[in-house]
Write a protein that binds this ligand. Structure first.
Ligand code: C2E
Ligand code: MG
Ligand code: MG
Length: 441
């Protein structure tokens, strides 16, 4: 047993412990939090000080309630509140704003580092295991997001949204906490305006799908294509998905983009099949799509609409997205896999997934992060790394795809290492349907 275990105290202990704490008591009130936030913002606006809002979500708290009962769940929350208050200073305010969600207001922040220091202390308070009565020691973790006023947000609701986005990112990236960073938009257009244009583009069907061919290395035949979306902005010209997907994720537009991409890709797949060109189409997903419990039904419906066999569809999920809320993700991926849809881990090697989880994920294909393939040109150690990933995939019974193949040398190396599929500019950049059809012919 770890020496730093801290048993949860009885309520009378809790009262005694509370006497040493400088921070004000917990307030259970979302509206109260918004009121305090807006008052603080008003007082900030007159001076030059800023404030920080920290949002905390207890990871997998539902499981504690379900497996150990609500009494244990409540006692765990009491302990968390005690620890959070111990980590705060006088004047800081702690609110419970949801079942397992807390918000902390830090007034009079002179520098972003002060908020970071507080976040470190808050994150450290989850390091000790929690024991409640006779329960097993519990490793309770939290996702923590921070946003600063007036640095990035201009209003109370915007600050809360940004802290929530940062909290979500912390969960996805598995970092102890995340500070909200403004997304960079083309021509420095305001994110709100950019999101509005994007929403309009989606509803006016102004996004386009490009297709990048995927080659089977043993036969050098095109066996599939990856669908990649493109947007031409009325004033800023071509905007890449790397720029607009983060905005789409933040604003919730991503689910519309995914269903549009899925529908367009399968409609195209149907047309190719009818013309005697059966291709597997890969569609990219975001972590947010897996939060939608009915996502597998959407996939099933769209396959039916276009009469496409599920084996013709591959869904790509990045390694980091897969690691977000692993239990839930495994459940959704299992349902997709039962439909017969292929699943690929995109950008494999860029995150840090545990092999244990990899084994549990019902995936079919590993897609090696393109940076490793590009670096192979220059270094022996990168060649060995790619070889190791290919062998790892094969040992797990998966096919392996390499992306970012830019040269003949890279293709040769990959073929020698028995990599199954490859895509990259050496073969073809992502192209329009017409251009792809020329390649197929
Ligand atoms: P990804 O899924 O890893 O896609 C591969 C990216 O590598 C694409 O960038 C592609 O154009 C680029 N690429 C292709 N060949 C080469 C090459 O030889 N060298 C190099 N350096 N790069 C190459 P793109 O189209 O800009 O897309 C970027 C990312 O945006 C994608 O990465 C994917 O994560 C995301 N994305 C694109 N379309 C969608 C979509 O419809 N939905 C979602 N959720 N994400 C999308
Ligand atoms: Mg991809
Ligand atoms: Mg990729």
């Amino acid at each position: 047993m770890r020496p730093d275990l801290k048993a949860i105290s009885t309520p009378s202990d809790a009262a005694a412990r509370d006497e040493d704490i400088a921070a004000s008591p917990l307030q259970v009130d979302r509206l109260g939090m918004m009121k305090a936030l807006s008052e603080l913002i008003d007082s900030c606006a007159q001076g030059s000080l800023s404030l920080a809002l920290i949002c905390i979500d207890i990871n997998e708290f539902r499981e504690i309630n379900l497996s150990s009962g609500f009494e244990v769940g409540d006692a765990v929350l009491d302990e968390i509140v005690y620890r959070l208050r111990s980590a705060l200073r006088q004047g800081d305010a702690l609110f419970r704003i949801g079942d397992d969600e807390f918000a902390i207001l830090l007034p009079s922040i002179l520098h972003e580092d002060h908020a970071i220091l507080a976040a470190h202390k808050i994150s450290a308070s989850f390091e000790e295991l929690i024991i409640v009565r006779d329960s097993e020691p519990m490793d309770v973790r939290a996702s923590i997001g921070i946003a600063l006023y007036p640095d990035t947000a201009e209003s109370d609701s915007e600050l809360l949204r940004q802290a929530t986005v940062a909290r979500y990112r912390a969960n996805t990236s598995k970092s102890p906490f995340e500070m909200y960073k403004k997304v960079l938009t083309p021509g420095n257009i305001s994110p709100v305006e950019f999101a509005r244009d994007l929403r309009r583009a989606v509803s006016n069907n102004e996004l386009e799908l490009y297709f990048q061919p995927q080659y089977e290395l043993s036969s050098r035949a095109i066996t599939g294509v990856e669908a990649l979306c493109r947007w031409t902005h009325a004033t800023h010209g071509k905007v890449g998905p790397a720029e607009f997907i983060p905005v789409a994720e933040e604003t919730g537009i991503i689910t519309s983009i995914t269903s549009w991409a899925l529908n367009s890709a399968l409609r195209q797949c149907c047309e190719w099949r009818v013309n005697g060109k059966p291709l597997v189409v890969s569609v990219n997903l975001s972590a947010y799509d897996l939060d939608e419990g009915d996502f597998p039904e959407l996939v099933q419906r769209t396959l039916r609409t276009w009469r496409v066999d599920s084996s013709q569809l591959m869904l790509e999920i990045t390694e980091t997205a897969m690691m977000h809320d692993q239990k839930r993700t495994i459940g959704i991926l299992r349902r997709l896999s039962e439909l017969g849809v292929g699943l690929s881990i995109d950008d494999f090697g860029s995150g840090y997934s545990s092999l244990n989880y990899l084994q549990q994920m019902p995936v079919n294909d590993l897609k090696i992060e393109k940076d490793f393939i590009i670096k192979m040109e220059r270094s022996e150690s990168d060649i060995e790394l790619v070889r190791t990933v290919i062998d790892l995939g094969h040992n797990y019974g998966l096919t392996v795809t390499a992306e970012g193949v830019e040269t003949e040398k890279a293709e040769r190396l990959l073929a020698d290492m028995k990599c199954d599929f490859a895509q990259g500019r050496y073969f073809s950049a992502p192209v329009t349907v017409d251009e792809l059809e020329k390649l197929l012919d």
